[in-house]
Design a protein around this ligand. Structure first.
Ligand SMILES: *Cc1c(COP(=O)(O)O)cnc(C)c1O
Length: 370
């Protein structure tokens, strides 16, 4: 028998979250961002749930190829554009739209021989200071692109640094609008946070396309200020395993490497078959939330490579008899229907839901549930 750990991807939850993003984005079209292998879910595993999107946005050409192989004939956008000249051949062949964020990419396009002109998204750096042309240089980049026979339609995009936080997006929206205002073409500004946090009464920034990532995967982009439940999002990934051992501790007994947890009284401990080699964050320590048979309890001590320890006293207190084989939900939905938001686990580990999903280890078998 294989180790009892497994992940489950929930197709109806993906469909639900996509509908939520769509509703929040008013009339805008929705890019489903599936970079990083669909935030760790697996592109093939989310395709059914997200095929109602207007397009797929990602980074790797190999991922674009996989989306085409799944039969997707609609738009695909490379969010970082191409990395070398021959990538443009694949863009022509698979009809990929690509971001242009630097002069080198315009040079490559100018030297590219193609029958089909490319749809490109010209990226403005409005303050994130990662990729893109500054507002001052934006127009000349556009003029250069616009003069190329290799270029068909030009669209415009920018990316927000603080859509999930107090600083907000207004200063970047103003910079974008000032520099792009009379240029003809579609626009894309918002990530999940900007899409969800748009306030009634403020000028709409949805533009023509929103780029929804984390919201589709059921995690709140602005946790802990808001929870996934606040935004009406459902978990799309469950990581679950079983207890493969129990230990009865007395006061003074410790658990695991470094003896980081010391019992202050009789404590029934469960040993779950999940560790950091499965993608569970080692930074989570005593107190990180976990479900056993659907009852919320806590981690005890340090996470090992293949195992972690959980406190079974709250499960006993709930009237259950946890033991060997009991279901342990690391995040997502238990078979009782109880939900443990991935954001709660991430928070306990000092990180964000994004990182936990993306870190799901290859050794964990993944199933899709309808
Ligand atoms: C990853 C990414 C997104 C999606 O961000 P979320 O916070 O997951 O919604 C949008 N735009 C760009 C350019 C990205 O790289």
């Amino acid at each position: 028998m294989p180790r009892p750990i497994h992940a489950c991807i929930h197709t109806p939850a993906l469909q639900h979250n996509l509908a939520r993003a769509r509703a929040a984005a008013a009339d805008a079209k929705v890019w489903a961002v599936v970079k990083a292998n669909a935030y760790g879910h697996g592109i093939e595993h989310v395709f059914e749930g997200l095929r109602g999107a207007d397009g797929f946005a990602l980074l790797d050409l190999s991922e674009a190829q996989r989306v085409r192989q799944l039969g997707w004939r609609g738009p695909i956008l490379l969010l970082e554009g191409v990395f070398e000249p021959r990538d443009l051949e694949l863009c022509s062949r698979l009809s990929l739209w690509h971001t242009i964020h630097c002069d080198e990419q315009i040079d490559m396009l100018a030297a590219h021989k193609t029958q089909v002109a490319h749809r490109v998204f010209l990226k403005m750096n409005t303050g994130m200071n990662r990729l893109g042309f500054t507002p001052q240089r934006f127009r000349s980049a556009w003029a250069r692109l616009n003069a190329l026979p290799q270029v068909d339609e030009i669209s415009f995009m920018t990316h927000f640094s603080d859509a999930d936080g107090a600083r907000g997006i207004a200063h970047q929206v103003a910079a974008f609008n000032a520099a792009a205002q009379d240029l003809p073409g579609e626009r894309s500004l918002c990530n999940s946070a900007a899409t969800l946090r748009q306030r009634p009464g403020t000028p709409a920034v949805y533009a023509d396309w929103v780029r929804a990532g984390i919201a589709l995967y059921g995690s709140a982009p602005d946790h802990p200020e808001h929870t996934a439940a606040h935004w009406g999002l459902q978990p799309t990934m469950t990581l679950a395993t079983r207890l493969i051992g129990t230990q009865q501790l007395q006061a003074g007994d410790t658990v695991g490497y470094g003896s980081c947890f010391t019992a202050d009284g009789p404590t029934l401990v469960g040993i779950a078959a999940c560790g950091y080699a499965d993608g569970y964050p080692r930074h989570a320590g005593t107190g990180a939330p976990v479900l056993v048979d659907g009852v919320r309890t806590r981690l005890l001590g340090r996470v090992s490579m293949d195992m972690l320890a959980v406190d079974l006293n709250p499960v006993l207190a709930a009237g259950l008899q946890p033991g060997w084989g009991s279901e342990v939900t690391l995040w997502g939905r238990s078979s009782t229907g109880a939900v443990l938001p991935i954001d709660d686990v991430a928070h306990a580990a000092g990180t964000v839901g994004y990182e936990l999903m993306c870190a799901l280890a290859p050794r964990v078998p993944v199933a899709v549930a309808d």
